[in-house]
Design a protein around this ligand. Structure first.
Ligand code: AHR
Length: 521
């Protein structure tokens, strides 16, 4: 028989021994990322880094366009020089316009010809403001040329006609003799622009006409029939109005009922938003942050499941999944027009951007275009303006850091990592994607969404050599941190010297809420 004291002492000794065994295990606990460079096959289309600009709030007017006569804000044919210069650094590959919901109310002929003669209309979707049509087709295509971006025009299916749509394509794309090419020349543009990407309506299930998938599919077939591929140098891309988030039925019907030769892309819209409680863009709790990230990371499942449906009808993956609206959506900034969707942009948005772009990179075999909503002054904007002042947001910096992935060969990654836990809920804390440029340099983008804990990461490189590693980091003490017009550089990227190469592995510590892009030579 043991005495109670001896039993207690033995128990304590046992606990201590267990503790000693666990300590090294806890200290050594780390996330493991394996980069399988020898399995690389698919290219990350630069179009994944596309943007979206609608006639909404101060995106076009005040954001990009201040009018040719403006003498206080430097501009080129009306486009703000500061905004264009900032956006050029993002190498925006493709820009979607004029909506959004606005697209299905827009009649393009209202926006061409002498400005004084253009009619004014009411922008019913966004604040009921007067739209004077001073920014129309020619201005948009001029903007794209200034940005070096390809245009992606969404046509009016909800309240427009097939003829009107087909004439728009003829106006922008046809070089031969025709009524619309004559009109274009009359408006000062001799050569066609050869616009490749065309959206056949927007959110046809909602603001684009409240249609069923079964009804829309027939409309789609009509509109697409009158847009001959020859009007786009043989490479016209017709993109069907796609599903809202997890509406898999929509994708199924479109893929089943649209003949393969009539479709090049199918859209998907998903916002990281709680429609019943959007919450403040800057003043939010960790629980709210976590909930936003849950919705943002749902993108992984959405892309997988929509792709699985598409694979059944299109196993060769000819039709692209085009996520042409994505991002965070919060309450408008206090005191601003509720219809203008103007919101600030914090490190939370940087987390959304970094993690979402990693998802798109990793699914680049099917996701071949995506368009962040929206470029300037609306929703998850990369640029904000206030009169003549301009700032770039944390999301801008992520987009800029990720330019290294444009058109690079995707390197498959697998991640074995821990969770970010808030209350009873958990999410994977670490998100990763990797690619290799033609020059041979490889890049790995890592996001730690955990608001409180840093992560020790070991990256195992398979099928690739690496003799040096450098990097950049975007991090800030608080998840609510953001740039303001008085403090525009509060959040900005810095050099990252925390990665150590060790044979075929790289070790690093990722601070809480950080985005790191490693450059491996
Ligand atoms: O991006 C704002 C709006 O969100 C778009 O106009 C619409 O397509 C979506 O519902």
């Amino acid at each position: 028989m043991q005495s109670p004291i001896r039993r207690a002492l033995l128990h304590i000794a046992g606990q201590l021994a267990l503790f000693m065994v666990l300590i090294p295990a806890v200290a050594a606990a780390q996330d493991v990322v394996v980069v399988d460079a020898d399995l690389a096959r698919d290219t990350i289309s630069r179009n994944i880094y596309g943007h979206f600009s609608e006639h909404l709030g101060r995106c076009i007017y005040g954001g990009y366009f201040v009018g040719e006569g403006n003498t206080t804000i430097p501009n080129t044919r009306g486009m703000r020089n500061d905004v264009v210069a900032a956006l050029r650094k993002l190498k925006i590959p493709v820009l979607r316009w004029p909506g959004g919901c606005f697209a299905d109310t827009y009649h393009w002929k209202d926006g061409i010809g002498p400005r004084a003669k253009r009619p004014s209309i009411v922008n019913n979707w966004w604040g009921g403001v007067t739209e004077d049509n001073s920014f129309g087709t020619n201005e948009f295509l001029d903007l794209c040329e200034q940005l070096g971006a390809e245009p992606y025009i969404t046509g009016n299916v909800g309240s427009g006609t097939v003829q009107e749509f087909a004439q728009w394509v003829q106006y922008t794309n046809f070089d031969g003799v025709s009524p619309m090419s004559a009109l274009r020349k009359e408006n000062g543009r001799e050569k066609s622009w050869k616009v490749r990407y065309w959206g056949i309506g927007n959110e046809a299930w909602g603001c684009g006409g409240n249609m069923t998938a079964e009804y829309y599919v027939n409309l789609y077939r009509r509109f697409a029939t009158f847009m001959p591929a020859s009007w786009g140098n043989g490479s016209l891309s017709r993109i069907a109005s796609g599903a809202s988030s997890s509406d898999y039925h929509w994708t199924e019907v479109l893929m089943r009922d649209i003949p393969a030769g009539l479709i090049e892309g199918i859209a998907l819209h998903h916002y990281a938003v709680d429609w019943d409680h959007k919450g403040s863009a800057t003043d939010f709790t960790e629980e709210e942050y976590f909930a936003t990230m849950q919705r943002a990371l749902l993108m992984e499942e959405l892309v997988r499941r929509h792709s699985t449906i598409m694979d059944v009808y299109d196993p060769k993956k000819k039709v692209a999944l085009v996520v042409d609206e994505w991002g965070g959506w919060y309450d408008v900034e206090p005191g601003t027009n509720p219809g203008f969707l103007f919101q600030q942009n914090t490190m939370r948005d940087a987390m959304i951007a970094g993690a979402t772009l990693n998802i798109f990179n990793n699914h680049c075999d099917r996701v071949r275009m995506a368009n962040l909503a929206q470029t300037v002054n609306v929703l998850q904007a990369v640029v904000l303006t206030d009169g003549a002042r301009m700032l770039v947001t944390p999301t801008y910096h992520v987009m800029e850091m990720y330019t290294v992935h444009h058109d690079a060969l995707m390197l498959p990654v697998s991640v074995r990592g821990g969770d970010y836990t808030v209350g009873k809920n958990s999410l994977p804390a670490l998100s990763v994607s990797a690619s290799r440029e033609k020059s041979g340099a490889a890049h790995i983008s890592l996001v730690n969404i955990d608001a409180g804990k840093s992560r020790d990461v070991i990256v195992e490189l398979r099928g690739m050599e690496c003799s040096s590693v450098s990097g950049r980091i975007l991090v800030s003490p608080r998840i609510q941190d953001h740039n303001t017009f008085d403090d525009p550089d509060r959040v900005r990227p810095a050099e990252f010297n925390g990665a150590r190469r060790d044979g075929g592995t790289v070790r690093l510590k990722l601070p809480p809420c950080s985005v790191v892009v490693l450059n491996l030579q």
